[in-house]
Design a protein around this ligand. Structure first.
Ligand code: EPS
Length: 376
């Protein structure tokens, strides 16, 4: 089965390559009546884009969205919404030298093995450029989730290399404790303002060294009502993990305490319930694959970028040993731009699950007792 589409009732298909004429998406199943204008996409697309700070790739795309269908008089009509963004700053000559080589750590080799052909320009379909359309589609999902349910999906960076936020235990990072104004005000989506200068130096030194580094992004969705998620094979956590894993360079996803749960005792991990609210949130807001009404917490691990100017032993398409050196405009930390992408994938999964819950269980309504979210 082709796999460039995901979601069942809010179904998003993306298309396009990094150096092709355009990238785009088609959203099928969008509820009618949602206000949508081209400028609504600008904020989140700019948060994700390259070329806005010296710490990301210097490629500068305008990322101007053209709405081709599905919107009339500023509102969604319920018909497929097609969005298009033209690529305007692709520099394919950067890839001439490595067009016949496989970059170690990159998808070049596996695409070649699978399809027997690949578009080497900018990594083609394997490029992080594709994530632009996920973020665009999620602008609509975020709006619907906020307006219908008061849901906020927000993320921040919680580790870069071995640097972690001062004064906060990642497992206890809760929505109430994060100053989202601080996150919005620095290019690292970092939750601690006092560390931003340290990160500037860290990134400058990294860029000069020619190397790259990994990162961790946390996403918190607040306001999700209990009941979303479809046991058994459409569990909310399973779909979140799959959606987040589908982002370029992701190597790990945790829900709630994730792998730290291995070392916990059951007496500590279970989230005590009181009529006034949950007393902790080790589960990350999901029990049995269904939202509990608590904040949904996901944590995502990004590997270091593989396109480096530092030489590495590799192989070319003819099977010869070569030294691979990648020049061009690459991100020393792809995780730096990943916060809006992770938010987007969480929002798209929630939107789809919301519509699916409404379709099957819309008549059930609110079931008593409903325990307040409590500790997020
Ligand atoms: C990318 C490599 C670079 C980045 C690109 C992602 O592409 P190019 O070599 O064409 O500049 O700039 O990111 C974007 C263009 C974007 O919009 O995210 C890669 O290999 O993934």
């Amino acid at each position: 089965m082709p796999a460039n589409a995901f979601g069942q009732l809010f179904a998003v298909t993306t298309f396009g390559e990094s150096h092709g004429p355009a990238i785009g998406c088609v959203i099928d199943g969008c509820p009618p009546g949602i206000a949508i204008a081209p400028e609504d996409f600008s904020h989140d697309l700019a948060r994700r884009a390259t070329g806005r700070t010296r710490h990301t790739s210097a490629r500068h795309e305008a990322d101007a969205v053209e709405i081709l269908s599905g919107v009339y008089a500023g509102r969604s009509t319920g018909t497929p919404i097609a969005l298009l963004i033209r690529n305007t700053d692709a520099r394919s000559r950067d890839y001439a030298k490595i067009a016949e080589q496989f970059r170690p750590g990159h998808a070049d080799y596996t695409y070649w093995q699978k399809y027997g052909i690949r578009d080497p320009r900018g990594g083609g379909r394997a490029s992080a450029r594709e994530t632009t359309m996920r973020v665009a589609a999620a602008v609509i999902a975020k709006r619907w989730l906020a307006e219908k349910h008061g849901i906020a999906v927000r993320g921040c960076m919680t580790q870069i290399g071995d640097v972690t936020p001062h004064g906060s235990d990642r497992l206890r990072l809760d929505a109430a404790g994060i100053d989202w104004n601080v996150v919005a005000a620095n290019p690292f989506f970092w939750p601690v303002a006092a560390q931003v200068e340290e990160l500037e130096h860290f990134m400058d030194a990294l860029r000069k060294s020619g190397d790259s580094v990994g990162a961790r992004i946390d996403v918190i969705a607040t306001g999700v009502p209990p009941g979303w998620g479809e046991p058994i094979y459409g569990k909310l956590d399973a779909e979140l993990a799959a959606a987040l894993m589908s982002i370029n360079a992701v190597k790990g996803v945790e829900i709630g305490d994730g792998f730290a749960a291995v070392a916990q005792k059951g007496s500590a991990h279970r989230d005590a319930m009181t009529p006034q609210g949950f007393l902790s949130n080790h589960a990350g807001g999901i029990l049995g694959g269904i939202s509990s009404g608590q904040a949904i917490r996901c944590s995502v691990a990004f590997k270091p970028t593989s396109s480096l100017r530092l030489p590495v032993p590799g192989v070319d398409v003819h099977g010869n040993a070569v030294d691979v050196v990648t020049t061009g405009r690459h991100d020393p930390c792809v995780g730096l731009r990943a916060t809006p992408i992770c938010e987007a994938m969480v929002a798209l999964v929630l939107m789809d699950q919301a519509l699916r819950h409404r379709a099957q269980c819309g008549d059930v309504g609110a079931v008593a007792p409903r325990i307040p979210a409590g500790q997020s």
